[in-house]
Design a protein around this ligand. Structure first.
Ligand code: URA
Length: 437
């Protein structure tokens, strides 16, 4: 078998066999295939797509490229949650301590920033000392000891995803449904959780631009789960506007800590965290009544138990827990620019992609595979959609380390805001929930 023939076959739109996909993935992982051939194949998939059968084969090959975590008789209790990627999407950081404090063990493999979207690993690693590079043994031990661990795909956990993920990020091949589905589901299954909840995003800041495309992606992932005997629940949610107010790395962790302290009780971050926590509590059979589950989530947050669990997680993964009480412990940016509104009215919409692009220009994301990122930069949206604004009010704040980059970021962020004169209608947070049939 030759890689060039596999690329050519996909380029022409034919269905690849299991053997061809296995050969492609093993050549990728044992490095007998150069990056340029893998990149060409990714682009062929982007243009030609894959059938559901091919996508399942790809997912299996990616799972089998490394080890799988086996939690034994804990498997059915463990939850894993994953988002297909968004802007300001910090729901993993707000949700996971809540679930762990509620007695639901979490074993999560997260990703780094991808394209314009942020990555949970990058955000958490803005906490000085925090590392997601856990060995399988340490991840398992940590879940059993404190009920929560956040790892990353490593040399021996879905290594194929690690390589493809980094290549997709820099070859404009992220937003292909089979590539997203196989990347997400392979990590989830390899990580060993018995209950998988996916947040499938649509909108300007997501890889799927329409709710219909997100539903299609959600169905592909739920079907792969069915095929591989792992039930997946996919929740389709909007990413038209950044989630919460902070976009960046440490700024997002600070906003998450504020939520865990009980200081953020309304808005999209609070709504989605409550929604996902309630779904997880019901999925694991801990609750049958939705309102009782929701009330329990509230109790976990307001009692401080979720925040205590987050501190425990930081300590377990080598981070400095002082960040929880003193945000000055995070690396600080050199400049803080408060940008005033030029118009009065209501904020109608904030284009998530433009804000993300502005943040990337500040250095919050990567341009090339392996680039370092600047944890201290980002944007804080002082005004969000539906909120009244007077000319002169602070609209948003830029945290930067370079004045010219801050100016560029300002162009994108100011352009992201749209106004109207009447208070706009609020979008519902969940568009659809897809479960195995
Ligand atoms: N998250 C992943 O892990 N992979 C993708 O392709 C997109 C989001």
């Amino acid at each position: 078998m030759r890689i060039v023939d596999i690329i050519d076959k996909k380029k022409k739109g034919y269905e690849l066999t299991r053997e061809e996909i296995d050969f492609f993935i093993s050549s990728l992982v044992d490095k007998t295939m150069p990056d340029y051939q893998a990149s060409a194949w990714l682009m062929a998939v982007w243009f030609q797509g894959m059938t559901d059968v091919e996508t399942s084969y790809l997912t299996e090959a990616m799972i089998n490229s490394g080890e799988r975590i086996d939690f034994g008789d804990w498997t059915g209790k463990i939850v894993d949650k994953h988002s297909t990627g968004g802007v300001g999407d910090k729901v993993t950081i707000t949700l996971i301590p809540v679930l762990a404090a509620a007695g639901i063990p979490i074993a999560k493999l997260s990703g780094k920033g991808l394209g314009h979207t942020g990555g949970t690993i990058d955000k958490l690693e803005s906490i000085p000392g925090f590392s997601c590079a856990l060995s399988i043994e340490n991840l398992k031990r940590q879940v059993k000891d404190i009920g929560v661990a956040i790892g990353q795909q490593t040399g021996n956990l879905t290594p194929a995803d690690g390589i493809l993920y980094a290549l997709r990020d820099v070859t404009a091949t992220i937003d292909a449904k089979p590539l997203i589905a196989s990347s997400v589901v392979s990590k989830k299954i390899a990580a060993g959780a018995g209950n998988i909840v996916l947040d499938v995003k649509y909108g300007s800041g997501a890889f799927m631009k329409t709710p219909e495309d997100a539903v299609e992606l959600a169905k592909i992932m739920v079907n792969i789960g069915k095929h591989l005997n792992r039930p997946i629940t996919a929740v389709v949610t909007s990413m038209e506007e950044p989630l919460g107010r902070a976009v960046g790395n440490s700024v997002e962790v600070i906003e998450s800590i504020e939520f865990l302290k009980g200081n953020i009780v309304t808005g999209d971050i609070a709504e989605l965290t409550y929604d996902f926590a309630t779904i997880a509590l019901m999925l694991t059979g801990n609750f049958v009544d939705e309102q009782t589950a929701r009330d329990y989530v509230k109790e976990i947050i307001l009692s401080g138990k979720a925040l205590d669990k987050f501190r425990e997680l930081i300590i377990a993964q080598g981070g400095n827990p002082a960040v929880v009480d003193d945000y000055g412990v995070f690396k600080q940016s050199k400049y803080k620019l408060e940008i005033p509104a030029e118009t009065s009215g209501y904020v109608k919409k904030i284009d998530a992609y433009k804000v993300a692009y502005g943040c990337k220009l500040l250095g919050a994301g990567r341009e090339k595979k392996g680039d370092p990122i600047d944890y201290s930069v980002g944007v804080f949206l002082n005004k969000k959609s539906g909120e009244a604004v007077q000319a002169g009010d602070i609209l948003y704040t830029i945290y930067a380390n370079d004045e010219s980059k801050a100016e560029l970021c300002k162009e994108y962020c100011s352009d992201a805001y749209e106004y109207c004169t009447e208070k706009p209608q609020k979008e519902k947070s969940i568009y659809a929930v897809i479960k195995p049939e």
